[in-house]
Design a protein around this ligand. Structure first.
Ligand SMILES: Cc1cc2nc3c(=O)[nH]c(=O)nc-3n(C[C@H](O)[C@H](O)[C@H](O)COP(=O)(O)O)c2cc1C
Length: 322
C-alpha cells in the first residue's frame, strides 16, 4: 500500500553519498512543478541533508538547496526500503523499526565531512508521527557540534510534532536547533521556496560576478583570504585588461598586491588563480606553477577556449550583494 509518489523526479544523475547542489530546473510533477537538478556547488556554508523513500522529501530538499544555494546530501540506507517495507500498518519493516526504540538502520554512505557547513537543514518524512529511525542513526553517528540545524519534514497530514525534538536529544548539545518546518505532500514548489528564502541564509551575502569581454560567466569562488581581498578591491567594480599567454591562459594586473598563499598546482581550463599576489590568471588550458586559487569558471574547455583564445580579453569583476 505504498502511496503514489507526490512528486516525480528525474534525478538519475545523483549518486548516493555525493554532496551535490541544486542548479537548473527540470522535471515533472504532481504537486511540485519545478524540481531543480543537483550539481556540485562548492562554495557554500549550508548543507541540506535528507532521507526520502518516495521522492517527496527529495523534491523539497532540492528546491530548498536551490533557493539558498546549499549543497545537498541524500542519506541512502544500507538496506533499501522495498514497497512491502514501506506499507504501513502492516507490521512491515517500517512499522517495526518505528516501534523499536533501539532500531538504527544502517547508512550506506556517510558525508565525508561537515566542516565547511555552519548551517544544516535536515529533511525527513514523518513515519508514525516521528522521524524514521535512520535519522537517529545519522544524529548519533555524526558530529554536529556548533552547527545551526533547521529540521524540515514532509507528511500527508501529521505535523512535525515531537519528531525534531527527539532528534535533537541525540545531537551534540552545542548545536542550535530551529523549530521544525512541516511541508505538506501537497505543497507547491513556490511555497517551499518561499519558506527557504525566509530563512535568510543567503541574505546580505556578498558574491562576485565575473564578465569576460562583457559576457557574464558562472564562477565558483574559493573561500579564502585572497578572494575576500579581491572582493574588497572589486567593491566598486573592477576592469582588468588581460593578455594572452602561452596558448593556455590570459593574465592581467589587478592594480594592487593582495594577500596570497601560493602552492604548486596544476591548473585546469576554467581555473582562476592569483599569480605573484597582484595578477589574475584565467585558464583555458593547463599549467603547473605556484598560484593561489581564486575560483573556477563553470564552463567546458571548449567554452573557455572560445572565450579566451581570440586575442587579449577584458574582464570585469563586480562585488554584488544578494
Ligand atoms: C512507514 C510510514 C509511516 C508514515 N506515517 C505517517 C504519519 O504518521 N503521518 C503522515 O501524515 N504521513 C505518514 N506517512 C506518509 C509520509 O510521511 C509522506 O508521504 C512523506 O511525504 C513521504 O516522504 P518521501 O516521499 O520523501 O519518502 C508515512 C509513510 C510511511 C512510509
Amino acid at each position: 500500500m505504498k502511496k503514489t509518489a507526490a512528486v516525480l523526479l528525474s534525478l538519475m544523475l545523483i549518486l548516493p553519498g555525493t554532496v551535490l547542489a541544486a542548479d537548473a530546473v527540470s522535471s515533472a510533477t504532481v504537486s511540485v512543478t519545478e524540481v531543480p537538478d543537483a550539481k556540485m556547488y562548492e562554495n557554500t556554508g549550508t548543507l541540506v541533508i535528507y532521507f526520502s523513500t518516495d521522492d517527496t522529501v527529495k523534491a523539497a530538499a532540492l528546491i530548498i538547496a536551490d533557493a539558498v544555494h546549499a549543497d545537498s546530501f541524500e542519506i541512502v540506507p544500507e538496506q533499501p526500503y522495498s514497497e512491502a517495507d514501506l506499507a504501513y500498518y502492516t507490521n512491515g519493516r517500517c512499522d517495526r523499526e518505528q516501534a523499536d526504540d533501539s532500531a538504527r538502520p544502517g547508512i550506506a554512505v556517510w558525508p565525508e565531512s561537515l566542516e565547511q557547513y555552519d548551517t544544516i537543514l535536515i529533511g525527513y518524512p514523518i513515519w508514525h508521527g516521528q522521524a524514521p529511525k535512520i535519522l537517529y542513526t545519522l544524529l548519533e553517528g555524526i558530529d554536529m557540534s556548533g552547527k545551526t540545524i533547521i529540521p524540515f519534514c514532509t507528511s500527508i497530514s501529521s505535523g512535525a510534532g515531537s519528531s525534531a525534538v527527539n532528534l535533537q536529544k541525540l545531537a551534540d548539545s552545542t548545536a542550535c536547533w530551529a523549530d521544525a518546518k512541516r511541508i505538506s505532500n501537497n505543497s507547491s514548489a513556490d511555497e517551499i521556496r518561499s519558506w527557504a528564502l525566509s530563512l535568510n541564509l543567503t541574505g546580505g551575502k556578498k558574491e562576485m560576478q565575473l564578465q569576460i569581454n562583457g559576457i557574464p560567466v558562472p564562477v565558483s569562488w574559493e573561500k579564502n583570504e585572497s578572494v575576500a581581498a579581491l572582493q574588497e578591491l572589486a567593491a566598486g567594480g573592477m576592469t582588468v585588461q588581460m593578455s594572452m599567454y602561452g596558448g593556455f591562459e590570459q593574465v592581467g594586473p589587478i592594480g594592487k598586491e593582495i594577500t596570497s598563499n601560493d602552492a604548486q598546482i596544476r591548473t585546469e581550463p576554467g581555473d582562476i588563480v592569483l599569480y605573484s599576489g597582484d595578477r589574475i590568471v584565467i585558464f583555458y588550458g593547463n599549467n603547473s606553477w605556484a598560484y593561489t586559487r581564486l575560483g573556477h569558471v563553470e564552463l567546458t574547455q571548449e567554452e573557455m577556449t572560445e572565450l579566451l583564445c581570440h586575442g587579449n580579453a577584458t574582464i570585469t569583476i563586480t562585488s554584488v550583494t544578494d
